[in-house]
Write a protein that binds this ligand. Structure first.
Ligand SMILES: [Zn+2]
Length: 272
């Protein structure tokens, strides 16, 4: 039997959907750049239109085409020649690649909406925390709400169960990090982790479920510790320097979308 979308001479529907998702991802990435710049500063993401940070002139629509405009302008403002950060085309390209990868990974499945939404929020939060050490509620709690909404909109009959599971997973993940936070505060008498990290892990748990959220936390701690040790050895920076733990959590969550389940299966295989 031949599926209607995979007729000879046509690309399979999954690949077409991935191409369309990559195209949409370029523009979503452009919007993500606006969020990354404005949300930590407490500015509106609706208006006004984007300006050059140096000369404050409004960027023309034809200079705002994802990736292409940056390449054509060779990374400089058309008006004042000030350098435009490489971050803009990189975030646009990363969003496009992540959305396409989510579809190629899961296929045209309901889960893909959850994966793609998590990838979008996690990418934005990774960059925001690395730059500002801030994890805006609009993204952490907004992402958590979207995860529950997507599960509530699931066409399957067990969607109420799915929403309750996700809400419980979010609550337990948040409680776990809150305990770690309290313990650190009790031992060191100082704040070790922001509440933003707690909300971020709750969001990740609502999207991925509790087992993959715990794996995310584990991978974030390991990679964060490795990078911190490497920095201490090479740069002799102060041990008091703050680590953008939210960036590690976000990066680990993005990895878990694609390789989380195989890692969990491999690990659980030791106990069978
Ligand atoms: Zn300018």
């Amino acid at each position: 039997m031949v599926a209607p979308y995979t007729a000879r001479g046509m690309l399979p529907s999954v690949q077409i959907a991935a191409l369309l998702a990559a195209f949409a991802g370029l523009f979503l990435g452009s919007f993500l750049n606006v969020c990354i710049v404005r949300l930590p500063a407490g500015a509106s993401i609706v208006g006004p239109r984007s300006q050059c940070p140096a000369c404050k002139r409004t960027i023309r629509a034809f200079d705002n085409i994802p990736i292409l405009s940056w390449l054509l302008l060779r990374g400089r403002c058309r008006d004042c020649d000030a350098a435009i950060s490489l971050q803009y085309p990189l975030v646009e390209a990363a969003t496009a690649l992540l959305l396409a990868a989510c579809i190629l990974h899961t296929g045209l499945h309901w889960q893909t909406w959850l994966d793609a939404a998590l990838a979008f929020f996690a990418l934005g939060l990774a960059v925001m925390d690395a730059q500002t050490l801030l994890l805006p509620d609009a993204f952490t709690l907004g992402g958590l709400a979207l995860a529950l909404l997507l599960r509530a909109a699931h066409p399957a009959p067990n969607r109420l169960q799915s929403v309750i599971h996700a809400a419980l997973a979010a609550a337990l993940a948040a409680l776990l990090l809150l305990c770690v936070r309290w313990l650190y505060h009790w031992l060191r008498k100082q704040e070790g982790m922001g509440l933003g990290d707690v909300k971020l892990l709750a969001m990740i748990a609502a999207f991925l479920g509790l087992p993959l959220a715990l794996l995310t936390l584990f991978l974030a701690i390991i990679s964060g510790a490795l990078v911190a040790v490497a920095y201490l050895l090479r740069c002799k920076t102060s041990a008091q320097q703050k680590i953008p733990f939210g960036s590690y959590l976000s990066a680990a969550a993005m990895a878990c979308i694609f390789v989380g389940k195989p890692i969990l299966h491999w690990y659980l295989g030791f106990f069978r």
